[in-house]
Write a protein that binds this ligand. Structure first.
Ligand SMILES: Cc1ncc(C[n+]2csc(CCOP(=O)(O)OP(=O)(O)O)c2C)c(N)n1
Length: 376
């Protein structure tokens, strides 16, 4: 019986911790403060996802894509960045922002539908995280082309920064992925691209996504160094990302890192995964839960005990509740503001879309001008 959607060998990747949390090689050099921070981010991210799910059920947010099961990827990769670096996430890396203490209130407000400028005006007392995060991207893989461009801009300006971006396994089928990697390879951009191979692109399993043996090897054609790690092992993810980040900062160019992991929840709150996948698969992966594995390691190392664990959990609950209260206090955005800061000048398409929106808000048919009629 095959538990994985992959039909390829299961463990041909770099691993530091066994699924039971015991090291199988020397762990990377990570100070105790960072280990605690990683654990803190795991717990906070789970609390965030749980709360977001409840808010979605109550109708306070329309949709949320959780990271449950995959958090070792955003956390291990984010921990390898330095203040001043850049990160271009998708909807699946909330935990990376959590690691760098980005505002949970702003994240909830975004999910509740207030646009960034309105949110910033009402939650402006909150500091910015030390790593620069772009807003999470929903259009797949556009973040990678933008990240590579941003990395090149920093390089042209002699800034010593590294830019990281993320794709899912399905997103590596997008043309943008190859354009970005090709450009990064040719121009040695200080860009690290992380692929979450979480086995599924909504209902499409990895073996239906590509005929390639691994996702990492897709970088081969672009002359970009690549690696493959156990994406449920935060120390392995950290170690390999750190190497890539150091190489990029040292002027040695880009890397693609494939992190083999599993989405333990629905694709998002509009999905129902039992329609397309088997429960035994989930049970198998639940045994590989990245939080349990890391927690077992920390306890064995004496970095974590029951008291510290419950303190972190309680603080996470309180922080999430506080963030939701702050987010609820942000007033609704004027829908017209969605056009602000998107384009320079007034293009025909923008005027057209504004006119459509005006009509829709007035309860009229927004599309009457499809053939030019009624267009203002
Ligand atoms: C350019 C583009 N095409 C299609 C979609 C619709 N869509 C949203 S998520 C998704 C699947 C993504 O799968 P994967 O890249 O594996 O990432 P995951 O969600 O599993 O993290 C699709 C097709 C989109 N958001 N953007």
């Amino acid at each position: 019986m095959s538990y994985w959607t992959e039909v390829r060998p299961r463990e041909d990747f770099y691993r530091v911790l066994d699924p039971d949390g015991s090291p199988i090689r020397d762990p990377p050099d990570v100070d105790e403060g960072t280990l605690r921070r990683m654990y803190w981010a795991f717990v906070r991210s789970r609390a965030f996802d749980e709360k977001a799910l409840r808010l979605q059920r109550r109708g306070e947010i329309s949709i949320h894509a959780a990271s449950v099961g995959e958090e070792a990827v955003p956390i291990g990769t984010a921990a390898a960045l330095e203040p001043g670096d850049w990160c271009f996430p998708t909807y699946r890396q909330t935990a990376a922002m959590v690691y760098w203490d980005a505002s949970l209130a702003k994240a909830f407000a975004g999910l509740m539908g207030t646009e960034p400028e309105t949110t910033a005006e009402h939650l402006d007392e909150e500091g910015e995280p030390a790593v620069n995060f772009s807003p999470p991207y929903v259009p797949l893989t556009v973040n990678v082309t933008n990240a590579v461009g941003s990395a090149m801009a920093d390089r042209f300006n002699d800034r010593d920064t590294v830019t990281m971006s993320y794709v899912g396994d399905g997103s590596t089928s997008e043309g943008d992925f190859h354009e970005a990697l090709n450009f990064a390879g040719v121009f040695e951009a200080p860009a690290v691209t992380i692929c979450h191979n979480n086995q599924w692109a909504i209902s499409v399993p990895t073996h239906r996504q590509t005929a390639a043996e691994t996702f990492a090897q897709k970088a081969e054609a672009h002359g970009v160094p690549h690696d493959r790690v156990d994406g449920n092992d935060v120390l392995a993810v950290y170690e390999k990302t750190r190497e890539a980040v150091d190489r990029a900062r040292g002027g040695e160019g880009p890397t693609l890192l494939e992190c083999v992991t599993y989405r333990m929840v629905d694709h998002n709150t509009a999905d129902e995964d039992s329609v397309y996948r088997d429960e035994t698969e989930l049970e198998r992966w639940a045994e590989l839960d990245p939080v349990d594995r890391f927690e077992a390691y920390l306890r064995a190392e004496g970095v974590l005990d029951d008291e510290a664990a419950s303190r972190v959990a309680e603080e996470a609950e309180a922080a999430v509740d506080e963030a939701v209260a702050a987010a609820r206090a942000v007033p609704e955005s004027d829908p017209q503001r969605m056009f602000d800061h998107h384009l320079h000048g007034e293009s025909w398409t923008e005027r057209h879309q504004r006119a459509e929106l005006r009509r829709e808000l007035a309860g009229e048919n927004p599309f009457v001008d499809f053939d030019g009629e009624g267009f203002e």
